[in-house]
Write a protein that binds this ligand. Structure first.
Ligand SMILES: [Zn+2]
Length: 249
């Protein structure tokens, strides 16, 4: 353990030296994410800093895929940390390629926090006006994200059953419909069908067509200091394999 810490520190020092050297050579410098390049991220589901992170070994249980036939994609644009320029934001979820009306299931036991089967998509002009607002702010405002862009969506609170370090929630978005029993307060078991995939909340949803259906799925981890998302700050070359650790028994 001691050796590991020492060895990591030496690597950090080495790396800082390298970054300083590179900074001296290249001007202006692009911001370099020091932490995301460190090799110590193996097995981490997200990593903010030394104190705030989640390693696979700290899981109390693993979860199941939100739709059993659709695996974690390998394309970076479908994974967390990808840019979402259309809304001036960053992707905090995984886009599973489930086609229209694929059954979507709860990834673990929990209690429904949010369910909005009554959601209706806005028309495309209004949709674009919201995106213009996001562009002006250089970020996606939380209300636009939650109430417009997620479309028909479900949030499940898993409490501290997935890890005792963080309260965990899962988010299922762009659904075509939501099962009748999935109302706030409902208790769901892992594998319960909670809804069906669709394109609500997307530009295709606003255009009222059937294109672009997929499942946008997120997992967030809360502690007293903040909220973190699955895959946050994990280097792109190990992102898919690290996320898969959450699903593998
Ligand atoms: Zn997405």
């Amino acid at each position: 353990m001691e050796y590991l810490i020492l060895s990591t520190r030496m690597k950090i020092n080495h790396y800082i030296g390298l970054v300083l050297l590179l900074s001296a050579c290249a001007a202006p410098t692009a911001s370099i994410d020091l932490a995301s390049e460190l090799p110590s991220k193996e097995g981490f589901l997200f990593y903010i800093d030394q104190n705030t992170n989640l390693h696979r070994s700290e899981l109390l249980t693993t979860i199941q895929l939100p739709s059993k036939d659709y695996l974690v994609p390998s394309i970076l644009n479908l994974l967390p940390n990808a840019n979402r320029e259309y809304r001036s934001g960053v992707h905090e979820g995984i886009d599973f390629s489930a086609p229209l009306n694929t059954p979507i299931t709860a990834v673990s036991d929990g209690i429904v926090v949010r369910s909005n089967p009554q959601h209706n998509d806005v028309d495309i002009d209004t949709y674009n006006a919201f995106l213009a607002t996001s562009a002006k702010l250089s970020k996606t405002p939380d209300d636009i994200y939650q109430y417009i862009l997620l479309g028909k969506s479900i949030i499940i609170d898993h409490g501290y059953t997935i890890t005792e370090k963080f309260r965990t929630v899962s988010v299922y978005a762009h659904l075509s419909s939501i099962s009748e029993s999935i109302v706030p307060g409902a208790r769901v078991e892992q594998g319960t069908i909670i809804g069906f995939s669709g394109n609500t909340g997307t530009s295709d949803g606003a255009l009222k067509n059937n294109k672009g259906a997929h499942l946008h799925w997120e997992m967030h981890f809360d502690d007293q200091a903040g909220r973190y998302f699955l895959g946050q700050n994990i280097p792109s070359n190990s992102l898919q394999s690290n996320i898969e650790l959450l699903f593998n028994k």
